[in-house]
Write a protein that binds this ligand. Structure first.
Ligand code: ATP
Ligand code: MG
Length: 561
């Protein structure tokens, strides 16, 4: 093993260092088969990146980092009709946000001229031909898993005729679908991908980078192997559905005069419970207005998760924990929620915020008086210090923290019961005020014990609950968006249209929540813990006079390690 590989593995010492891809790379470095590890992340710019892509990003950039190699970002932009610069820009931003930097930024379209020359090369060697069958006829002759395909009548065109037709395809002499360029491999191959696969198709379409320069576009399967070779990629990591394409990958690398011999290695894609990850479906959710956009905090996109309050660290830790394997599986989304909860627990400053306020009046507290109590910013991080929070005669507590007729296990505020207000005083409920028409409790009257300032009684008496609170005169009204899972089926669409599994209560907007004043002006993207409630992130819509917070996750963990 080379020195750099040894140190990388030792210093990581985690499960990720043990995965089969890293083991193989380490072995190739040891035997000298590979000297410099080069990977690439190859998104198609036809949508926003999602958590599944994060797995691929962490793997490709992570392997390069661990073995002292390099990783390129290469846009696989071979399909002009679905691609857009908006996606290119978002993908670059998302990769950087996740914490990775590419060696080189490339586009498959950078290689169009070279790929065209490679295709001509195949023709000259008798390994490709122009087929004038219609797309339907090509499909009909492809055969099935049990039956071989049939040769096209155009399969044996001369090299000259093929070169001429291919040049005329490029020159725009034919309509879309009139001709295709196919590899000449084996129509009887048991692997359908080897039955003279299409290499080029005609598409009179504007391309986001090459404009109208081309009206023929290479297929992904044709473009990818030589693009890898041109960048001297050593390990071309892709998801399992490409396993059956590997013989074609290898065939192209063998038969094209390319400068390197990359190797394709497949791994299992990430599937998550309660989540759809297909870009087609995500696009539908956006286009049909079922979510507010690609960055809707309920989307599994990186822009959505960022807006929701996910940290790149949590996503990277999650990707490391799920590991990389060869077998398809479904990961419990609770593991992802667990990762962000764990990260934010260590880092997020605590805030006193009341989501559903109930007014409390402390009858023996002087009217008009305000004092400041010291509140710990983060019990997990003593260096985060404390802050001053205003306390006064009228406060809000959480509606759920009071019950007029408490059941046995309810230990929070109730008539005649004493509880602690966090970092402030003990209070005892003396009476309630009800709405005469509905009977609903609208105000709780209490007394406080001035000797309990800071939250402890000098006589050592105990209370069973500590409540969060916000001073009524000082609290700032906020909008809080409570997000839940977008789908309420573990496998959306398993037996019917996935849209039927949309969770109708995946978003609840609560207005007139009360925030302690220090939290009101936090800039968009700030992540905090609302004590006893959950982790929240200031939304881009937030304004100091009208704060808006998204719930990232509740405090409660449903994940059982
Ligand atoms: P499409 O159907 O549009 O090709 P895709 O999900 O494969 O969708 P790409 O942009 O081609 O999207 O993906 C870029 C890279 O990310 C590919 O190498 C792909 O294999 C990988 N990738 C995509 N989805 C997942 C996933 N769920 N888990 C792991 N890797 C993924
Ligand atoms: Mg793809």
């Amino acid at each position: 093993m080379s020195d750099s590989a040894t140190t990388a593995l030792d210093s990581r010492g985690s499960a990720a260092s043990q995965d089969f891809i890293r083991a193989l790379v380490a072995e190739e470095l040891r035997t000298g088969k590979v000297q410099h590890v080069a990977t690439r992340f190859p998104p198609e710019p036809n949508g926003y990146l999602h958590i599944g892509h994060a797995k691929s990003i962490c793997l490709n950039f992570g392997v390069a980092r661990d073995f002292g190699g390099t990783c390129n970002l290469r846009f696989d932009d071979t399909n002009p009709t679905k691609e857009d610069v908006e996606y290119v820009e978002s993908i670059e931003a998302d990769v950087r946000w996740l914490g990775f930097e590419w060696q080189e930024l490339r586009f498959a379209s950078d290689y169009f001229e070279q790929l065209y020359e490679y295709a001509r090369d195949l023709i000259r060697r008798g390994l490709a031909y122009v087929d004038s069958l219609s797309p339907d006829e090509v499909r009909e002759r492809r055969g099935t898993l049990t039956e071989p395909g049939r040769d096209s009548p155009y399969r044996d065109r001369s090299v000259e005729e093929n070169l001429d037709l291919f040049a005329r395809m490029r020159n725009g002499e034919f309509e879309d679908g009139a001709q295709v360029l196919r590899a000449k491999i084996d129509m009887a191959s048991p692997n359908i991908n080897m039955r003279d696969p299409v290499l080029y198709r005609i598409r009179h379409a504007h391309h986001h980078r090459t404009g109208d320069a081309w009206c023929i576009y290479p297929m992904y399967d044709f473009a990818h192997p030589p693009s890898d070779a041109l960048e001297h990629i050593t390990h071309s990591l892709c998801t399992l559905e490409y396993e059956d394409h590997r013989p074609l990958y290898d065939w192209l690398i063998e038969n094209l005069p390319v400068p390197a011999t990359p190797r394709q290695i497949e791994f299992a894609r990430l599937n998550l419970t309660y989540t759809v990850m297909s870009k087609r479906r995500l696009l539908e959710l956006v286009q049909e207005g079922r979510v507010s956009g690609w960055d809707d905090p309920r989307m599994p996109t990186l822009v959505g998760m960022r807006r929701r309050g996910y940290t790149p660290e949590a996503i990277r830790v999650f990707c490391e924990r799920i590991g990389v394997a060869k077998r398809e599986n479904v990961v419990d989304v609770a593991l992802l929620e667990h990762a962000v909860r764990e990260d934010l627990n260590l880092r997020a400053p605590r805030v006193l915020a009341v989501v559903r306020p109930l007014r409390v009046v402390i009858e023996n507290y002087p009217e008009g008086q305000t004092e400041e109590v010291d509140v710990v910013n983060n019990p997990e991080d003593p260096s985060a210090g404390t802050r001053k929070v205003p306390f006064s005669r009228e406060l809000f507590i959480e509606r759920d923290d009071f019950m007029e007729q408490p059941p046995k296990k309810f230990f929070r505020l109730a008539p005649r019961r004493e509880v602690r207000l966090r970092c402030a005083y003990f209070i005892t409920c003396t009476s309630v005020v009800k709405d005469p028409s509905t009977g609903e409790v609208v105000e709780v009257r209490c007394t406080y014990d001035p000797a309990t300032r800071g939250g402890d009684a000098p006589d050592g008496r105990r209370v069973k609950a500590t409540l969060h609170w916000v001073s009524a005169a000082h609290g700032v009204d906020a909008e809080v968006r409570l997000y839940d899972r977008l789908f309420n089926a573990e496998e959306p669409g398993a037996t019917h249209d996935y849209r039927e599994d949309l969770n109708p209560s995946s978003l609840e907007v609560v207005t007139h929540c009360k925030l302690e004043p220090s939290a009101a002006a936090l800039p968009a993207g700030s992540r905090v813990q609302f004590e006893r409630i959950g982790y929240f992130c200031a939304d881009p819509d937030t304004r100091p006079e009208a704060p808006v917070f998204n719930r990232t996750v509740t405090l409660k963990d449903s994940y059982k390690p």
